[in-house]
Design a protein around this ligand. Structure first.
Ligand code: 5AD
Ligand code: FES
Length: 364
């Protein structure tokens, strides 16, 4: 095994495109050495803390038609649901009582007035019932600047909007090319979120058809260039009722997608040491200990699913989604044990904000 090149890249922070691509593609013993080195170094510099965000996937109605996603508008087999406000508020109370620190509200994408106004009032109510103590992240897609401003004023302070792929050509292979799925518009949304004060997160899928290690290296450089505060990225998992399923035979084996996803997390941790990196749920769909492995090698945020159980099975962005039949209580117990097994500590009741955000904005 030759570890010299890896050691040199880590020690000298030689993180050019070629080296990033090399790290992302590592296999076997060299890969093990790389992941372990990043994990050890990271804990030394940033500590063992991991933060919980209770995830509520409150509706799977979606006006968009991404080619990879199981809840896309054209999937007539998707059983649609929309959880009522009371159940969402109850989930927020659950997160607060269980000292999760923060909540993530996610749904399919809608931008009609009834939806945006509903979110504004929900955000205010959640802040009220949790005495302002629960941090709120939202992940509600592309919206107007006005809407972003309104939701920030109502209490959301972090926003997740994955770019899905920073390669424009690849972007249009996984989305229709129309005004509802516009690459530049998506980047503008990310800029607008930063401008309006959000801690801003993005991310990509790993192992998409037509994607290679260089594309993934460019994704990491894109995160750095855009100066984001948070990243969530996970393996692509093909869904039978989506157009990308046609390319299933061209994909890397699922296990390789998982490995490369961990390589991406560790490589990003080297490149952006002070951002928040989430251990994506899709990792757990492949390996029961997938998220815990991500925590070992650079991730510091985990999002326990606290969506009321009856609806969980219908938020199927991809198939084999984990924990769709467990209650939130089960998830909470099971997770704290898992995090400790990964050698990390839970930052109970802390917002766990991105350190990078405070540096970027001078609010340190
Ligand atoms: N496989 C993996 N991740 C997916 N997502 C959507 N569909 C899939 C899939 N088939 C991810 C997207 C989206 C996030 C909410 O879920 O990256 O931004
Ligand atoms: Fe719903 Fe892409 S299919 S946002």
């Amino acid at each position: 095994m030759s570890t010299e090149r890896i050691r040199k890249i880590i020690n000298n922070k030689e993180l050019n495109r070629e080296n990033l691509s090399y790290l992302i593609g590592l296999e076997g013993e060299e890969r093990d050495y790389f992941l372990k080195s990043v994990g050890e170094e990271y804990v030394k510099s940033l500590g063992k803390k991991v933060f919980f965000r209770g995830l509520v996937e409150f509706s799977n109605y979606c006006t968009k038609d991404c080619y990879y996603c199981g809840i896309r508008k054209s999937n007539s087999h998707s059983e649609r649901y929309d959880i009522d406000d009371k159940a969402i508020i109850d989930a927020a109370k659950f997160a607060h009582e269980h000292k999760y620190g923060s909540l993530v509200l996610q749904s399919g994408e809608r931008s009609d007035k009834a939806f945006t106004e509903r979110i504004t009032s929900l955000l205010k109510k959640i802040k009220e019932v949790t005495k302002g103590e629960l941090g709120i992240t939202i992940s509600l897609g592309e919206q107007s600047e006005e809407t972003y401003k309104e939701w920030f004023a109502a209490g959301a302070h972090r926003y997740l909007l994955r770019i899905e792929s920073s390669n424009r050509d690849l972007y249009y292979k996984i989305h229709p090319e129309d005004e509802k799925h516009n690459f530049e518009a998506r980047i503008n949304c990310l800029r607008s979120l930063q401008k309006h004060g959000y801690q801003t997160g993005t991310g990509v899928m790993i192992g998409l058809p037509f994607q290679n290690y260089d594309d993934l290296a460019d994704d990491l450089l894109f995160f750095k260039e855009l100066n984001v505060d948070m990243v969530g990225m996970g393996p692509f998992i093909e869904h039978t009722e989506t157009p990308l399923y046609d390319f299933k035979d061209e994909l890397w084996p699922i296990q390789r997608r998982f490995e490369v996803a961990l390589n991406m997390i560790a490589t990003l941790r080297l490149l952006m040491p002070d951002i928040n990196i989430a251990a994506a749920t899709a990792l757990q769909a492949i390996d029961p200990m997938g998220r815990e492995k991500a925590l070992r090698y650079g991730a510091n945020v985990i999002m326990p699913n606290i969506t009321p159980t009856a609806n969980r099975k219908d938020y199927t962005l991809y198939e084999n989604k984990p924990c769709t039949d467990e209650g939130a209580d089960d998830c909470s117990n099971c997770l704290s044990i898992r995090v400790e097994m990964a050698g990390r500590e839970i930052g109970y009741s802390e917002w766990g904000d991105s350190k990078h955000f405070f540096k970027r904005t001078g609010k340190d």
